[in-house]
Design a protein around this ligand. Structure first.
Ligand SMILES: [Zn+2]
Length: 250
């Protein structure tokens, strides 16, 4: 019998899990509008579509699927208000700040390994399912490094730093999901995706990262700074504004 190699764990398996998601369902469901649909913005086709379910593909083994679900579940507990009594939710400390430049929150007591793996797994799944969009692609070297980072149980928070932004609660445009795509920010390659009212940026470059990235990034002591930014303030809004309007009126 022909065996398959799981690209995430390198194990030989008979078959892959039939329905692996790219972005977990809860990141969509948390975004449902009054018609129980969420906006999904496709960067490649520059279009906004309403969809009820996430995107699924068959490309990793059952064990990897199970493992990523652990990370997804952890993230759902700390990023949404759905389980306010869970120890994971209660554990997170949040300090609100009004800085000169921007409003931000400082979070503490995050389970670094689980939260970092959650973000890496969404990026790796999208890349391995060949759904990554953008003008450029991840180099083989970076893909290999990121796979190693995902597999190894170490606390490296600086090779591929993660910066998380949060949309304000009252932001009427915060309900959208964007699949991971490659972008350029301040001369650095980043992979960006959004969902559940958050923007996730992972810096993918061998250059020295900007100073602010080192200050606000997710750290292995379980802390991170979340800059509060309305969707209107993002460059993405300017590019997709008209499309959102068209979709809403459709
Ligand atoms: Zn696997």
């Amino acid at each position: 019998m022909k065996m398959l190699t799981c690209p995430l764990c390198n194990e030989k398996v008979k078959e892959f899990h039939k329905r692996s998601h790219l972005i977990p369902e809860w990141m969509y469901t948390n975004c449902y509008d009054e018609k129980h649909k969420t906006l999904e913005i496709s960067r490649l086709k520059q279009k906004v579509t309403k969809r009820q379910k996430g995107i699924y593909a068959q490309f990793i083994c059952r064990n990897c699927e199970k493992e990523t679900q652990i990370f997804d579940h952890y993230a759902s507990l700390i990023l949404t208000d759905k389980s306010p009594d869970s120890p994971e939710y209660k554990c997170i400390s949040k300090i609100q700040n009004n800085g000169k430049m921007a409003e931000y929150e400082i979070w503490g007591n995050i389970n670094f390994i689980k939260f970092q793996r959650f973000i890496l797994s969404i990026i790796l799944r999208t890349q391995l399912a060949e759904k990554m969009n953008g003008q450029i692609s991840i180099t083989k070297k970076h893909l290999k490094n990121m796979l190693n980072l995902y597999r190894d149980n170490d606390n490296d928070d600086s090779s591929y730093p993660i910066v998380v932004y949060k949309h304000p609660e009252n932001d009427k445009h915060k309900n959208h999901v964007i699949l991971p795509y490659i972008n350029k920010k301040d001369g650095h390659h980043i992979i960006e995706f959004t969902g559940a009212g958050f923007i996730f940026n992972v810096y993918v470059s061998s250059h020295i990262k900007p100073q602010y990235v080192n200050s606000v990034r997710l750290k292995n002591d379980g802390s991170m700074y979340l800059i509060i930014i309305s969707f209107k303030e993002t460059g993405l809004f300017r590019n997709t504004k008209l499309m959102i309007k068209e979709t809403k009126n459709a």
